[in-house]
Design a protein around this ligand. Structure first.
Ligand SMILES: [Zn+2]
Ligand SMILES: [Zn+2]
Ligand SMILES: [Zn+2]
Length: 221
């Protein structure tokens, strides 16, 4: 697998505020005007087309930038380049993910910092079949229908007992008041309560091309 980093910020269509898109998300909340931005398949299709076109001729360690470009009707800044995921704390490269059948964590061999990896969800493989994994970003598998803007505590159903819990967004790990099980709040909900304000690099792992097809070109995303 060969890794490329992506760094994306969207221009909010409602208030023009630049909003970081730290992962494969189909919807993000603007931290400024608190309204939703939809980034559907059209957006990701254009982002991957642009990145893949650029990556084809980009040497390892170099990066490229597409400023304020329209992707599926949304304006965004896109920065990308071939790079192996590395620890933000001590700058050591993370080991490669072992199995890609399920999500897991990569541990920095030097300082113990952790980052998450996940197998690429099916919908993104429909856009680019060579995408195998996402490292460090947040993945939103499916959208929750009819979710409004969060104001005050939100109600969340305990996945174990279905009891309704009021979530205030202070802790990500909550204890169900009915069945006492510990629940780690899903990305969808957590991001609605805490929209990202800082742009972060995340990585996409592309399948290596077959040796027989790799003639001349270094990497083929
Ligand atoms: Zn906004
Ligand atoms: Zn480290
Ligand atoms: Zn419960």
């Amino acid at each position: 697998m060969h890794f490329a980093f992506l760094e994306i910020s969207l221009k909010c269509p409602h208030c023009d505020h630049p909003t970081p898109m730290n992962g494969l998300l189909t919807r993000i909340l603007c931290p400024e005007c608190q309204r939703d931005m939809e980034a559907g398949t059209g957006f990701w299709k254009d982002v991957f087309n642009e990145a893949v076109r650029g990556l084809r001729f980009l040497p390892d360690g170099k990066e490229d930038y597409s400023p304020l470009t329209r992707f599926g009707g949304i304006q965004a800044n896109l920065r990308y380049g071939w790079k192996r995921p590395f620890c933000e704390v001590c700058k050591t490269a993370y080991p490669r993910p072992g199995s890609l059948s399920e999500a897991g964590e990569l541990v920095c061999p030097k300082c113990g910092q952790r980052t998450r990896y996940e197998p690429a969800p099916g919908w993104i493989r429909g856009i680019n079949s060579r995408v195998r994994a996402v490292v460090g970003g947040v993945i939103q598998e499916k959208q929750v229908a009819g979710e409004g803007v969060v104001a005050g505590p939100v109600v969340f159903l305990c996945p174990r007992c279905n009891g309704s819990l009021a979530i205030d967004g202070k802790d990500r790990l909550v204890t169900c008041s009915f069945c006492k099980s510990q629940i780690y709040l899903p990305d969808d909900l957590w991001l609605r309560l805490h929209p990202a304000k800082v742009k972060e690099r995340w990585y996409v792992g592309f399948e290596e091309p077959d040796a027989s097809n790799a003639s001349g070109k270094a990497h083929q995303p």
